[in-house]
Each structure stands twice: as structure tokens, then as C-alpha cells.
Design a protein around this ligand. Sequence first.
Ligand code: URP
Ligand code: ZN
Ligand code: ZN
Length: 476
Amino acid sequence: MSFDTIIRGGTVATASDTFACDVGISGGKITALGADLGTAKEVVNASGLLVLPGGIDSHVHIAQPSGPGIVMADDFASATRSAAFGGNTMVLPFAMQQKGESLREVVKQYHAKADGQCYIDVSFHLIIADASDTVLGQELPALVNDGYTSFKVFMTYEGLALSDMEMLKVMTVARETGALVMVHAENYDAIRFLTDRLEQAGKTATKYHGTSRPIPVEREATHRAISLAELIDVPIMIVHVSNREAMDEIARGRARGLKVYGETCPQYLMLTESDMDGLNMEGAKYVCSPPPRDKASQVACWEGLQQGIFSLFSSDHCPFRYDDPQGKLTPKGKTSFRWVPNGIPGVETRLPILFSEGVSKGRITLNEFVALTSTNHAKTYGLYPKKGTIAVGADADIAIWDPKRKETISQSLMHGNTDYTPYEGIAVTGWPVSTMVRGKFVVRDGKLTGKLGDGDYISRDKSELAKPVNPEARTS
Ligand code: URP
Ligand code: ZN
Ligand code: ZN
């Protein structure tokens, strides 16, 4: 038997096992694992290197409209290029509906933005901002059947926040169609109340972004989202969890027998609210929601990763340029933290940070790293076992890592369109050196070898994890 490619001499790790073996690849798929596989058109020497499933970042924002005068830094080309250099083979951005828009039209618009513009594979979650009868009764069920099998709902943000009634209606559609609901859990009214009060007191500096969204705001919304999901018996994913109190709500929900899943992100391990306190708007570089908390919350989030409260580690890549009036330095943002665009870049640094801080420093195992960054994303969002593992029959989506390589994260190493990284100066051990998507190197030895269009749009199955606790029970 001859292969297109053999990756020879590396150490393969999956979510469950680590083993020395060669990987045979043909037609974009993994077709053999073993020793002495024979011949290939190309043999890649991976001795001393790790051969891992490519990262899947299931929470990224790309080319989303972001309000008047604000432009997201990355389009699909730059975001997927940056992701590839960060060891990712797939990202799941959002197709975001705005009030009054047809969901089907929104999906078409995002396909137009993405088609032929990606270096790695992509698949869209939906964002439901307008829970009208037509959207919920017709468009959403049809889109779920067409492979858009997950959607995000917001409990905050002007124009996006859903009422409890709307959340219940959306969750009912998820229950009936087998889709998975992702929840942004922050209490909108509480944030508005606190923001007004801070502004009235003249507290408009960037650092007050954190003060306007304290932990109880997130904890309460997390509890409420879980309670609403409990009423419908529908699994939910609480995204970008930042602190122990919200984690405790997830744990309590699980103790009641509910299917509540959790996601955290690099910003909650590496940043604190004091980062938002920089002079001359420097703090705007770190403004995201929920905001970074304190050191104790960082410790809590590590525990959540170690103990399984979090099954996903995603970037929540939401890139705005810093030194740009259409980005973090929007003129309105200088008048109040309220107007600073929320979100930070991170798709390229997610994996090196978790590898270094987690695996190299001994907080998590290599197999847990693979689960948290790839396999669990595939399982959660209906991509497994095509994606997210190294097994015969899976897509040959592979990241080759040098586990000993030392780098210092710096904007000069990044490949996206932002002009800063929030993780500047962090020293890491372990670096992705090559990224292969469906058998083709997109990044090879640190150089871009792929081209636009190498990434495909991937339609997804319904997730096994989206099945209710009692599938037989009636919903109406
Ligand atoms: O601040 C953030 N996280 N911006 C991205 C949008 C979201 O809520 O995920
Ligand atoms: Zn969110
Ligand atoms: Zn997000």
C-alpha cells in the first residue's frame, strides 16, 4: 500500500492515549496508523515532535457587524490564516442575525463572506437576535436540518439580548430539533443599571468596564439560563465562563441531573481586571465580556478545566484593532467604557497558552489538552469522529508540535489583522510548527503553504450531547 503522505516517527496523542506511531494519509483522510507503513509520495519526519488532532476553536467571531463606525479586524482570510498558525484546523464562527433580518439571508451573507476565503475548515453557529414566530417556527428548524446545528443566545447587549420568554421559546426549538444552545450569561438590566450609575458618578474610564459587569451579574444569568433550560429539558453550553460562582451554578445544575456544559477561554486564565486599568486607553485592549476577574478566579478556572466543569477551551476571538478609530480607540470609547468595543483577539494564541501553562507546567495532561482544544469541540458540535481525533477514517486534520520550543508571545509573531495581542510578552514552552488540513499542509515549519480556498465549509450533524435528559417526555 502506498500513501499520499506518511508522518513518521512522531508521538501521537488523542483525547485518551499517547503512543508512538506513524500516520498514513490518503485522499485527505487518515488511512493507517502503525509502524513500517511502507511508501508514500511524501514522508514527513516528525521525530521528537507531537502529532496531535488539529485544534478546533468553536467560539470565534469573524467579520461580524459591530455597531456604527466599528469594524472587526479579521475577515475570513486573516482569521483562518491566524488560526492555522496557531495549530487550528477548524474554527466555528457565528452567522449573526440582527433584528428584523431573515436568518436564512444572514446565513447566505456569511457564506458569501467565507466561501473561497478560508485557509482552514469552518462551520457556522447561528446567533438568534430576533425570536419572531417566523424565525422560530420556520427558518430555524429548517436551518438545523440543513446542518446549522447550534445557536447562541445573548442575555445582554443592546439589540441582541433576549427576554426570558424568548429564551424559553428558542430553547423549545432546540429541544424539538436536536440543536445545541450556547448561552452568553450576563444580566442585561443589571449591567445597564450599574453602567448608568458609574457614568453619573463620572466613572467612565476603561477600568470601569469590569465594575459594570461584576461576578453576580454573570452568576445570576448563569443560574437563570440553567433554570430556563431545566424547564424545557434541553442541554445548554454556558460559554466564556469567567469565575467560580458561575462554575458552581453549572456544578449545581449537573447535580440536579441536568446536561449543562461549560466553556472557558484564555483571558480568564491569563488576564485580570487590573489589565483594563492602563493609561491612555491601553486598558481597552483587554475589554471583553464577561470581563477578566482576579487571581482567585484564574485559579478557579484552572480547577474547572482540571475537574471537567469545562469541556471546552475556546478563544472567543473577537478582534478589534487597538490604534484605530474603527477599533478600540473609537472616539466614543474615550467618553465612556460603555462604548469600547467588547472582545479581544486570541485564535492564534489559544493553543500555545494552554499547552504551555497547562501541559508544560503540569496542570493538565497532554490528553486533556487534546480533549479541551479539539476532541470535545468536535463531539459537542456534531463533527466527531470526522474531526477532532487521530483515527483511521478521520479527516487528516493534524497539528505537529514541538513540545520543547520556547517562544515569547508577541504581536510580531501573529498572522491576523489586529495590531496587538493581549498576551504580549508571555513566555511559552511548546509551539505548533505545522498544520495540515485534510492532508494538505497549510502551515509548514512556520511558513504559510496553504492558499485561500483550502478551507471548506463543513455542514454538521446534530450533537449527541444535545439530546435531552428525557427524550421521550412531551414538550407540549
Ligand atoms: O467581549 C466579547 N466576548 N465579545 C465577543 C462577543 C461575545 O459575547 O462572545
Ligand atoms: Zn458572548
Ligand atoms: Zn464570543
